[in-house]
Design a binder for this molecule. Structure first.
Ligand code: GLV
Length: 326
């Protein structure tokens, strides 16, 4: 009998067609995302699952999967998967790094430019018929070249953002769990503790994963310590920032602006205070959303899953402890 695989959304055909050849495939077709009950039911029937950020793959779901060998994250982030429980239960967790690095860095830099040069705000003004002048003082933004970019989390995406920043003539400082010689040599990036980075940066871009250590990393104290004309960019995970503090920071002008692709709760609930603010650019979690990148993620997520099911070592394993135990 073919192994049974559940995929929690229609991923691009490039991935589905790889799976179809080898497994009995069930793709979630509901018009709402699968909830906990749905995942519990599917886990109980599946040998492998492909899930997306936000799917609640908790201990209970994992424990329901008596023949479950692998959870393949269709994403680089895996904060909504209980990896500790998966490891205890001998279930591999895989993810899709590398293939989405450049697309995500492009979006982060796009957000930086949009916030600095007030592009989204300008678009709203033109559409509303409010553009009535070209003025020497009209809609002035913030220079990017010559500014200092603080990169929080110098991983793959942090590096890629750093390369773009260099090309735009920015100075780069970074904070990370450890010093990064390549970033220092190739990007001229200067290592600083987070507190010091926030004090000197004109732009702060977040590229750390969401973990217990980074949850709420940027809160009231951190936002108050940033320059009054600085801009915060977040393409990592919403919960790395305290949204409640950020709303106050933007309203009370502790900082000049923000550009966000990720939120504590997604989709961003209607009537959220961010929607009333002109100094924040809002994007619906599009970091990796290009045709080629999503195709590559689909292939990688499918290959990771098939390798695990067929007893081979997947290219990107989050909990390799499981491999050494088998
Ligand atoms: C998307 O959010 C990802 O983690 O890849």
């Amino acid at each position: 009998m073919k192994p049974r695989v559940f995929v929690s959304r229609f991923i691009p055909d490039a991935g589905l067609s790889l799976l179809e050849k080898k497994v009995s495939l069930k793709v979630w077709e509901g018009d709402r995302p699968p909830g906990k009950e749905d995942l519990l039911r599917e886990a109980a029937l599946s040998d492998g699952m492909i899930v997306i950020p936000g799917d609640p793959v908790d201990r209970e779901v994992l424990a329901a999967g008596h023949s479950l060998k692998v959870i393949s994250s269709y994403a680089v982030g895996y904060d909504s998967i209980d990896v500790k429980a998966a490891t205890e239960l001998g279930i591999l967790v895989t993810n899709t790094p590398d293939v989405l690095t450049e697309a995500t860095a492009d979006l982060a830099f796009g957000l930086l430019l949009a916030a600095a040069r007030r592009i989204a705000e300008g678009d709203r003004l033109v559409r509303s018929g409010g553009w009535n002048q070209w003025g020497p003082r009209f809609m002035l933004g913030k220079d990017v070249s010559g500014a200092t970019l603080g990169i929080v989390g110098m991983g793959r995406i942090g590096h890629a953002v750093g390369r773009r920043a260099r090309a735009f003539g920015m100075e780069i400082v970074y904070s990370s769990r450890r010093r990064d010689e390549t970033a220092e040599k190739e990007l001229g990036a200067r290592f600083l503790e987070l507190e010091a980075l926030l004090l000197v940066s004109d732009f702060v871009s977040l590229h750390c994963p969401l973990t217990p250590a980074t949850m709420g990393l940027i809160g009231e104290r951190q936002l108050r310590s940033m320059k009054a004309d600085s801009i915060l960019i977040n393409t990592s995970r919403g919960a790395v920032v305290s949204e409640e503090a950020l709303v106050r920071a933007l309203k009370e002008k502790w900082i000049a602006g923000a550009a966000l692709d990720v939120f504590e709760s997604e989709p961003l609930p209607g009537g959220h205070p961010f929607m009333q603010l002109d100094n924040v650019v809002l994007c619906p979690h599009l970091g990796s959303a290009t045709i080629r990148t999503r195709d590559r993620m689909a292939v990688l997520a499918a290959e990771n899953l098939l390798a695990a099911i067929e007893g081979r070592i997947p290219a990107h394993v989050v909990n390799p402890e499981v491999l050494s135990r088998n």
